[in-house]
Design a protein around this ligand. Structure first.
Ligand SMILES: *[C@@H]1O[C@H](CO)[C@@H](O)[C@H](O)[C@H]1NC(C)=O
Ligand SMILES: *[C@@H]1O[C@H](CO)[C@@H](O)[C@H](O)[C@H]1NC(C)=O
Ligand SMILES: *[C@@H]1O[C@H](CO)[C@@H](O)[C@H](O)[C@H]1NC(C)=O
Ligand SMILES: *[C@@H]1O[C@H](CO)[C@@H](O)[C@H](O)[C@H]1NC(C)=O
Length: 513
């Protein structure tokens, strides 16, 4: 029974990965310079003539968006993590990350794979002052506690020619930087974890892939340089949804299925995309359907993010040896990215993905809500009941995209490499004074969450008041922050409104049509 469930889960997860990798996309948040957008859109998008650009909103630019997606680690990391009103106390931080830059999961038939070195070296760019200390520290990893199969995974990428899906040095640097940024925000400013933190105060979980494990360890090392291995336990999540023991949900699979049908219809209706696939297949001398099945955008993203030339046909005949057209081009790539963006907009309108997302993200959110509530109620002060004041979940695009959608943050776009989503728990100054007495007397139910607030940040931006559970709270009202209670009732009940249900159980097992 258990083995069977696990098998079904593997199938579902596989399907998810295939579909969502296919729909990699990134929604731009920065206003465009109109003249540049006009220049760039010439020629690349013949289908959409846009003669009045100066009055229309700026045209989406799939290439600029893709630069955002790559998340080059050559800029200083900024963010609003740890910023709050004076005298508020930071009680806990729960983080979910997407793994960093990785080698493709698919290869394009009849082309040479991109040449990338996945060993780590401070001689190569991008690098970071923490890179060498990180490498040395990982060699001591045998002292840590490893759940399930994690102990046998490599703790560092180490192939001179990257393997499929392997984390690159860029990926490591992205997360060392994330960790270092969070250390400034939480440890330096707020003493979130003191030097003698207890094992239970740190929670680290990852899927069983080396790229998520290594990403999590890099962030952790940036956050707690030279951390004590013996205090660390790394837990494994079997599902990319981080649904623990609550993965069984037939309605979720139904919505995903519907969403995939919608996506398929959208794709075949896009004649420019179809023409592009035909042209690309012809260039490489492969059947169009074989090229499509190889999900070429995944490999092209890797070429793009690493500034490598796009692949050329490796089986050029004498007749076309001189033919410059035997390579894939940025124009091909731009069409695929443009279609992905259109698909993202249509997906939001159709609403099927949001329904899927609510059911996919609930178990993780429920777990997070329960932990924040226990901390808010002061349970972590009981001996042996210490709670995770810092929790890290190292995950995939297929984990984070539904989470964003379920929270009502679809506008934040498709998760880029090394994206980070942060939940912060804060208490107001009044709670601090009152808390001391009430801890002894035991707090009354209901009242005790007064003065507890939540903040939600994505890649350093404070999106608290964009979330479905707090967008009605006016920043300028007497509640300057979002009450934790809003989040708790959203996760336990309100999030199921969209699927006409009041609980996860009910939503998962009702008949949908
Ligand atoms: C960062 O690196 C990317 C890719 O190598 C490059 O295109 C970009 O210009 C760099 N930015 C800065 C500010 O150095
Ligand atoms: C990487 O692999 C090489 C060759 O297998 C080995 O000599 C080296 O110690 C490894 N480095 C790390 C940091 O694991
Ligand atoms: C949600 O969390 C509560 C409290 O921890 C737990 O009792 C319940 O089983 C969880 N439900 C799901 C669907 O995960
Ligand atoms: C929820 O109920 C309304 C009204 O009965 C119906 O129109 C809608 O389609 C239902 N939505 C779902 C997701 O079942």
């Amino acid at each position: 029974m258990l083995a069977q469930n696990r098998f079904i889960l593997v199938l579902v997860v596989g399907a998810l990965l295939a579909v969502l990798s296919f729909s990699l996309q990134y929604l731009h948040l920065i206003p465009t310079n109109t003249t540049m957008a006009a220049k760039r859109s010439q020629g690349k998008n013949r289908k959409r003539v846009n003669p009045v650009l100066h009055t229309d909103p700026p045209a989406p630019d799939p290439i600029r968006d893709t630069h955002q997606y790559c998340n080059y680690p050559n800029l200083t990391e900024h963010g609003w993590e740890g910023h709050s009103l004076p005298d508020y106390k930071l009680l806990s931080v729960q983080v979910m990350i997407r793994h960093g830059d990785r080698y493709p999961l698919y290869s394009i038939p009849k082309t040479k794979k991109p040449t990338i070195d996945c060993t780590l070296s401070d001689k190569r760019k991008p690098s970071h002052s923490l890179l060498n200390p990180f490498i040395s520290h990982m060699a001591l990893g045998g002292r840590g506690h490893w759940d399930a199969s994690l102990g046998s995974l490599p703790r560092l990428p180490n192939h001179s020619s990257c393997e499929m899906g392997e984390l690159t040095q860029t990926g490591i640097i992205q997360h060392l930087k994330n960790g270092d940024h969070l250390r400034q925000a939480y440890i330096k400013r707020h003493n979130l974890l003191t030097a003698n933190w207890l094992p239970r105060q740190l929670w680290v979980e990852t899927t069983g892939k080396s790229r998520t494990l290594q990403s999590g360890l890099a962030l952790l090392f940036g956050f707690l340089p030279h951390f004590d291995w013996t205090r660390l336990t790394v837990r494994q999540q079997w599902s990319t949804l981080f649904c623990g023991s609550s993965c069984d949900c037939s309605a979720r699979n139904w919505y995903l299925d519907q969403e995939q049908h919608r996506q398929y219809r959208q794709r075949i209706a896009d004649t420019e995309l179809e023409r592009t696939y035909v042209a690309m297949a012809k260039t490489l001398g492969v059947a169009t359907k074989n090229l499509r099945a190889a999900n070429p955008v995944d490999a092209l993203l890797c070429h793009f993010c690493h500034s490598l030339p796009f692949p050329c046909s490796s089986s050029r005949t004498i007749a076309n040896a001189q033919d410059e057209e035997a390579c894939l081009t940025i124009q091909h790539f731009a069409v695929i990215r443009r279609q992905q963006k259109d698909d993202e907009l249509e997906r939001r309108e159709a609403g099927l993905y949001r329904r899927y997302a609510v059911l996919a993200a609930h178990p993780y959110l429920n777990h997070t809500a329960a932990r924040l509530e226990r901390i808010a109620r002061g349970r972590q002060f009981r001996k042996g009941k210490e709670e995770a004041v810092f929790a890290l979940a190292s995950a995939h695009d297929v984990t984070m995209a539904p989470l964003l959608s379920a929270l009502g943050l679809e506008g934040a776009g498709f998760p880029r490499f090394a994206a980070r989503l942060v939940f912060e728990l804060w208490s107001s100054p009044e709670v601090k004074d009152k808390g001391k007495n009430e801890k002894i007397r035991g707090r009354k139910r209901g009242k005790e969450l007064d003065g507890m607030f939540i903040r939600v940040l994505y890649n350093g931006k404070d999106l608290t008041f964009d979330t479905a559970f707090c967008h009605d709270n006016n920043r300028h009202s007497d509640q300057p922050l979002c009450p934790l209670g809003n989040f708790l009732s959203f996760v336990r009940k309100d999030m199921f409104n969209i699927v006409n249900a009041t609980s996860y159980e009910q939503a998962c097992h009702q008949t949908v049509q």
